[in-house]
Design a protein around this ligand. Structure first.
Ligand code: GAP
Length: 446
């Protein structure tokens, strides 16, 4: 898709220029597939995460929050199956020393056989047979760097929830069915990372594990599948760019009985940004067995004992943010010029309103400053008095700021009204200065 790959290039360039996303350690040449969020990016991603947290933890009585540590006992990852199974098959080129996933579509022939040709250097017969490569990052706990001190950076936040399931159940006095939600960093030593912040080695997950009685899992799985699609649509993503993809039996993760991805049509094609999994009692049973601690639930009404089934919703905060950015990016012709605008949902926009004095004289800066001071306690607003008003509007369009408030001669000398420009319709309305906060509040709620 040549036209669409241009969109990604433009988006990456805008993200850097406007302070959404920078390459990690850029002054040292960057670190492979690790990214930093700049002033606008951190606000955008925080708004995505807050919206998720509110929908999970604050608006539901049956979900509790958790923030488990990234480092966990190494036995967790043995029990979960990640030490043995969280691996990709890789092949090496003996000639150029490059490494590829064995299923890399650029490889022609069978790796390990004389017919296979290296996609990097073109040599024939130099690719090794596939070997498994574990995706977990390892480090050492304490001063001694030996096998007994190995710990892992978690590759998913979910396990922190499973090992705390009893703690949360007992301290919150919840009853099954109930859920535990967590937002946090996860790490994977991905072999083929790429597409900007789509597949990275350090990323953030928003995961919720819902504990249910066995036998009711299919019903809850369907419920959460629909809920999550609705939430994604509520971010303002275009409905025709969203779809489900059900995993075929061969695609299912080692823990899953059924799984659906929520996919977005990124400029580089349809791809997953959230997964809903029926993990059965796989994880809790494995932890019960490996730790020797009973993780059964005792139904208070019937005294029935069972290991709960888990329905998981697992979203990537970075991938969701990327979907939001891709969806919002628009170029349009306005008065013979190309306008680049991020049509972000106002609730997600990093800056809600910009305040401009039309010119830096005649009392306009003082008026504008008072307005800015009044608004900034309530909303993330931005003050800008440099450059022509047209340039200031364009900068805010690129930042996705839904409203721009301009203080002009009429504001100061005549009636105390200001203009409020709508980013999407480009319409300007005159609003009394003391009504601006209420006006914005109303618009941002809708
Ligand atoms: N706990 C289940 C789990 O981790 P997953 O499908 O491997 O399932 C869930 O990951 C979500 O985490 C993905 O839909 C994606 O949004 C995000 N994710 C996974 N690997 C990622 C990576 N390397 N970079 C960015 N996001 C990633």
């Amino acid at each position: 898709m040549p036209a669409d790959s241009k969109v990604m290039e433009k988006l990456v360039s805008l993200a850097k220029r406007r302070g959404f996303v920078f390459q990690s350690s850029e002054i040292y040449g960057g670190l492979g597939s690790v990214w930093d969020y700049g002033p606008l990016g951190v606000e955008l991603k925080k708004n995505v995460k807050e919206r998720w947290w509110r929908s999970m933890v604050h608006t539901r009585e049956d979900i509790e929050g958790l923030d488990a540590a990234i480092l966990m006992h190494p036995k967790v990852w043995e029990a979960s199956g990640h030490v043995a199974g969280f691996a990709d098959p890789l092949v090496d080129c003996k000639h150029c020393k490059n490494r590829f996933r064995a299923d890399d579509p650029r490889i022609k022939g069978t790796p390990g056989q004389p017919d296979a040709q290296c996609p990097a250097c073109g040599s024939k017969g130099t690719l090794t047979a596939p070997r498994m490569f574990n995706l977990m990052f390892k480090t050492f706990l304490g001063p001694v760097e030996d096998a007994a001190a190995v710990v892992y950076l978690r590759p998913e936040t979910a396990q922190g929830i499973y090992v705390n399931y009893l703690n949360v159940l007992q301290s919150s006095r919840q009853k099954i069915p109930f859920g535990i939600a967590q937002i946090g960093k996860a790490f994977r030593n991905e072999i083929t990372p790429g597409n900007f912040i789509f597949r990275t080695r350090e990323f953030e997950q928003m995961e919720m594990q819902f504990f249910v009685k066995p036998g009711t899992d299919t019903e809850w799985f369907d419920f959460w599948r629909q809920e999550r699609m609705q939430w994604c649509a509520g971010l303002g993503l275009r409905p025709d760019k969203l779809r489900f993809h059900q995993h075929a039996p061969g695609e299912l993760a080692h823990y899953a009985k059924d799984a659906y991805d929520i996919e977005y049509e990124f400029p580089f094609g349809w791809n997953e940004f959230e997964g809903i999994h029926n993990r059965t009692d796989f994880d809790l049973s494995r932890h019960q067995q490996a730790s020797g601690k009973k993780l059964e639930y005792v139904d208070p009404a019937t005294s029935e004992r069972f290991v709960p089934y888990v329905v998981e919703t697992s979203a990537g905060a970075d991938r969701t943010t990327l979907a939001v950015l891709c969806d919002a990016y628009h170029e349009e012709e306005v008065a013979g010029e190309t306008r680049v605008v991020l049509r972000l949902h106002p609730m997600l926009a990093p800056v809600k309103a910009a305040v401009f004095p039309l010119v830096n004289k005649d009392g306009m800066p003082e008026f504008a400053r008072r307005m800015f001071d009044d608004l900034r306690g309530r909303l993330n607003v931005f003050y800008d008095d440099s450059g022509s008003i047209g340039r200031r509007y364009r900068r805010q369009d690129e930042a996705g700021t839904p409203f721009a408030i301009t203080i002009d001669g009429q504001s100061v000398a005549q009636d105390g009204t200001v203009t409020v420009r709508d980013r999407d319709t480009l319409r300007q309305e005159r609003v009394a200065a003391d009504q601006v906060a209420a006006y914005l509040g109303e618009k941002l709620r809708s």
